[in-house]
Design a protein around this ligand. Structure first.
Ligand code: HEC
Ligand code: HEC
Ligand code: HEC
Ligand code: HEC
Ligand code: HEC
Length: 479
């Protein structure tokens, strides 16, 4: 045979090999080591059980109140999560959706209680999501044994107690003999004072392709905060004033300054938590959730800074440039579900007679943003490069406009004006948790019909809060 014929035959053999030659798997997970895969939780099964938060609260009442109404307390009940979980179970199967549950209610996953979406018939421990005993039973992690040797998808070791059924709680203190008052033993744990504790859950990767879907820890790890040993706790387990100090002065808070708020940016869920508490006649919890709403608002308002400046060309104003700077978020802004969260610029420019020369980024009555609005988000796509927002589908991102810690992005708007005409520019940086239509779609998927009325006492899905993170108004003169 001539060499060219051999080449042709080889090519033909490869082409016709077809189904026999499956694509190699992206990653191998050792399922003997990780029995809850694709969740990478591990559980030291000794006979000692997990404890409900109410019991911990009897001796630690302030911590209980701070945790209550937090996103960790709501992590499993969150109706937006429940809607998406339902879709994950129906589209990808429960064996895949276990990945989700492993972070949103870990204790109930290792105990085998969660069989799918919905809240019916579940124990208080399952409902409590990321509860006291999830974090304080963390004995260690397996960050370096995961398929890609980094923290991800719940890579924690849960160990609520020892073989003789004594409860063991891990925390930041060097324990004295009274620690735990005979209810539990105390073990000092450096892990609890570090971002590595949070990393296991705040790193969500596609379980098949290992695409980073939420990479808050990675973003933090590459930031000046990590270099200066400012950890997640130093901004999220303190009040607003202390958070600003951590971000600005890069000094860690004192032990006595930590609080169990875990306050972030989920304004809608705080509102929903307050509605549910009111429906149940629990006025204290409703007030607690609304306080956390205000705290999240203050945090978002402290996160960024805007600057507007003119660009002149040929003797006239040619464009305005807006710089958006991430001044106090310890990771990208926004972070986590960056393909769903919306942070965008609303800009208007008006001439001396009040005539509007430029207007962009104002949502319409249904809450929709016009095409062309500058949104600082990511755009996920599935294996066929079609747009997707679903964690089990997304394999690549075609765009990432998020702003790194202490970094900035600039946006340019064409605005040609002749000499002598002053223009007033009003720029706002706005935020909401999701596009209205995405939130509505997910909320409609919650498997419990009528849940909006039964749990929250509302008939219609409300508009998601749209808030101003920061704004600036400047007059630009063209000399
Ligand atoms: C590695 C842990 C982890 C895994 C796995 C995980 N999540 Fe999450 N999820 C989180 C964290 C942490 C947040 C909070 C991020 C934030 O609010 O910024 C979150 C937030 C969410 C939200 C947003 C809730 C809201 O109110 O805005 C939805 C929806 C969600 N997850 C669904 C899922 C689904 C569905 C899966 C499985 C396909 C999944 N998650 C897997 C950790 C995880
Ligand atoms: C998301 C993980 C997480 C959850 C959930 C959590 N904690 Fe903590 N806890 C921590 C971390 C991190 C620290 C160390 C920072 C500090 O000192 O507060 C800590 C510290 C503590 C301490 C020792 C510090 C002190 O000041 O006494 C106690 C006690 C405690 N937590 C109890 C609780 C109780 C009770 C709950 C539930 C109501 C709870 N924790 C929920 C992470 C968590
Ligand atoms: C009978 C009372 C009691 C109960 C119930 C209780 N604790 Fe404690 N715990 C204490 C006391 C007392 C300390 C000493 C320090 C302090 O007061 O914060 C302590 C300390 C801690 C510490 C600090 C350990 C360290 O070395 O840093 C953690 C964490 C903790 N408890 C978590 C929990 C959790 C989680 C629960 C529920 C599973 C719980 N506790 C239930 C009494 C209790
Ligand atoms: C066992 C998994 C787990 C651990 C450990 C964990 N988280 Fe979370 N965290 C979650 C989940 C799940 C959510 C999202 C709940 C939701 O929105 O439905 C969340 C939400 C949050 C939020 C609120 C986000 C928002 O949008 O408002 C903050 C802030 C946060 N976590 C900080 C921390 C910090 C700081 C630590 C470490 C001390 C930590 N978390 C450890 C799973 C975890
Ligand atoms: C220097 C302070 C600082 C540090 C350190 C920090 N954060 Fe944040 N974080 C913020 C601010 C400010 C926001 C609100 C703006 C935003 O959403 O990014 C925020 C928001 C969040 C949110 C909510 C995002 C959303 O849109 O729902 C989560 C989740 C979160 N942080 C987790 C973490 C975790 C995990 C770490 C550690 C790996 C961490 N943060 C470290 C300041 C900090």
């Amino acid at each position: 045979m001539k060499p060219s014929t051999i080449v042709l035959l080889t090519v033909a053999a490869l082409l016709f090999a077809g189904p026999g030659l499956a694509a190699p798997p992206y990653m191998q997970t050792d399922t003997a080591f990780y029995p809850y895969a694709p969740s990478l939780l591990k559980w030291e099964k000794t006979g000692a059980d997990f404890t409900e938060p109410e019991t911990c609260g009897e001796c630690h009442p302030e911590k209980y109140e701070q945790w209550q109404g937090s996103m960790h307390a709501m992590a499993f009940q969150d109706p937006i999560y429940q809607g998406e979980l339902y879709l994950a179970v129906t589209k990808a199967g429960h064996d895949t959706a276990r990945q989700c549950e492993g972070c949103h209610t870990p204790a109930a996953v290792v105990k085998g209680e969660i069989k799918g979406a919905g809240l019916k018939g579940l124990s208080p421990l399952a409902m409590a999501g990321v509860s006291c005993d999830v974090c304080h039973s963390v004995k260690g992690h397996t960050h370096w044994q995961t398929p890609y040797h980094q923290p991800e998808n719940g890579s924690l070791i849960l160990s609520p107690g020892t073989a003789d059924q004594e409860l063991t709680k891990y925390g930041p203190l060097a324990p004295d003999e009274w620690c735990g008052e005979e209810f539990h033993a105390c073990v000092e744990s450096k892990l609890h004072t570090s971002s590595e504790l949070c990393a296991s859950c705040h790193q969500v990767f596609n379980h098949r392709t290992h695409t980073p879907l939420e990479a808050t820890y990675q973003e933090w790890k590459n930031s000046p905060y990590s270099t200066k040993s400012i950890h997640c706790q130093d901004c999220h387990m303190v009040d607003t004033k202390t958070f600003k100090r951590s971000a600005d002065e890069l000094v860690r808070p004192e032990l006595a300054e930590y609080r169990h708020f875990f306050n972030g940016a989920n304004l809608f869920l705080y509102k929903m938590t307050a509605l549910a508490a009111e429906k149940n006649g629990n006025k204290d919890l409703a007030a607690n959730a609304l306080e956390k709403y205000e705290m999240a608002l203050a945090r978002l308002k402290a996160a960024a800074e805007l600057a507007v400046f003119p660009v002149y060309r040929n003797g006239g104003l040619a464009e305005i440039r807006i710089r958006v700077k991430n001044i106090r978020a310890g990771h990208n802004l926004p972070t986590s579900l960056t393909n769903i969260r919306q942070m965008w610029l609303e800009v208007t420019a008006a001439g001396p007679d009040g005539k509007v020369l430029l207007s962009t980024g104002t949502p319409d009555q249904k809450g929709k943003l016009a095409k062309g609005t500058r949104i600082f988000n990511t755009r996920g796509q599935d294996g066929n490069l079609n747009f997707s927002i679903y964690p089990w589908e997304i394999e690549t991102f075609s765009q990432n406009e998020t702003i790194p810690p202490k970094g900035f992005r600039e946006v340019v708007y064409g605005l040609a004006l002749k000499k002598g005409i002053p223009v007033t520019v009003h720029a706002k940086l706005r935020f909401r948790q999701a596009a209205q239509e995405i939130a509505e779609k997910l909320l409609r998927l919650v498997p419990d019909p009528g849940h909006l009325e039964k749990i929250y006492g509302i008939k219609e899905i409300p508009l998601l809060p749209v808030i101003d993170m920061t704004e600036t108004r400047v007059v630009i003169n063209t000399p």
